[in-house]
Unconditional design. Structure first.
Lengths: 115, 114
C-alpha cells in the first residue's frame, strides 16, 4: 500500500522569508500524481500545487514550487515570500493513475507565519 | 457557483442514534468520496463511488454506509454511531482520471458522538 510521510509536524517562518515543507512517499507504481493541499483555520481543503510523476520539470504556482525527486520518492513544497495568509495545515497527497482515484494523505505540517 | 455542499456542518449526537450526513455536488462529477480527518492521522478515505450505483470501500469503512442513487448526491450513513467516529468528515468529487481532474472538497462536517 502507498504511504505518505510528512516528517515535520510543525514549521514556522518569518513573513517574507522562504520555507520548505518535506514529504516522502512509498509506492511501487511508476505513474502517479502528487499534490499539496492547504487547510486554513476555516478547514476548507484547498489545492495548492500538483505534479505528474512522469514530468521531470518541477511544478510552480506563483510563490509555491515543488522539488520533485522521483528516485528518492521525495516531494517538498517551497513557499517563497511567505505571507500571513499562508499560515495553515499543509497536507501532501498521492494518487495513483487509474484505480480508485483515492488520495493518500500525509499527517500534515502546521505552518506558522510570524510577522 | 461550482461547489460541494455538506449538511450538517456541525452535529453532536449520542451513541447508537442513526444519522446521515448529506453531500451534494453541482459539477456533474462521476467520482465522489468520503474522507475522515483525525488529529495526527491526516485524511483517510471511508468510501468512494465511481458513478451512480457503483460504490466501494476505502481504507476505513467500518461503521459506515453509503449510497449513490443520483449522480449529484452521496450521503454518508452511520447506522449506530460510536464515540470513535467522532471526527471531521469531508466529501469530495471530481471527474474521472487525469491530474487536472481536481478533487473538490466540501466544507467539512464536524461530528461528535457522546
Amino acid at each position: 500500500a502507498q504511504t505518505v510521510t510528512q516528517s515535520q509536524p510543525e514549521m514556522s517562518v518569518q513573513e517574507a522569508e522562504t520555507v520548505t515543507l518535506s514529504c516522502t512517499y512509498d509506492t511501487s507504481e511508476s505513474d502517479y500524481y502528487l499534490f499539496w493541499y492547504k487547510q486554513p483555520p476555516s478547514r476548507q481543503m484547498i489545492l495548492v500545487i500538483r505534479q505528474e510523476a512522469y514530468k521531470q520539470q518541477n511544478a510552480t504556482e506563483n510563490r509555491f514550487s515543488v522539488n520533485f525527486q522521483k528516485a528518492a520518492k521525495s516531494f517538498s513544497l517551497k513557499i517563497s515570500d511567505s505571507q500571513l495568509g499562508d499560515a495553515a495545515m499543509y497536507f501532501c497527497a498521492y494518487r495513483r493513475q487509474g484505480g480508485s482515484e483515492k488520495l493518500v494523505f500525509g499527517k500534515g505540517t502546521k505552518l506558522t507565519v510570524n510577522p | 457557483e461550482a461547489q460541494v455542499t455538506q449538511n450538517p456542518r456541525y452535529l453532536i449526537t449520542v451513541t447508537g442514534k442513526k444519522l446521515t450526513v448529506t453531500c451534494s455536488q453541482n459539477m456533474n462529477h462521476e467520482y465522489m468520496s468520503w474522507y475522515r480527518q483525525d488529529p495526527g492521522l491526516g485524511l483517510r478515505q471511508i468510501y468512494y463511488s465511481m458513478n451512480v450505483e457503483v460504490t466501494d470501500k476505502g481504507d476505513v469503512p467500518e461503521g459506515y454506509k453509503v449510497s449513490r442513487k443520483e449522480k449529484r448526491n452521496f450521503p454518508l450513513i452511520l447506522e449506530s454511531p460510536s464515540p470513535n467516529q467522532t471526527s471531521l468528515y469531508f466529501c469530495a468529487s471530481s471527474r474521472r482520471q487525469g491530474i487536472y481532474n481536481e478533487q473538490f472538497f466540501g466544507p467539512g462536517t464536524r461530528l461528535t458522538v457522546l
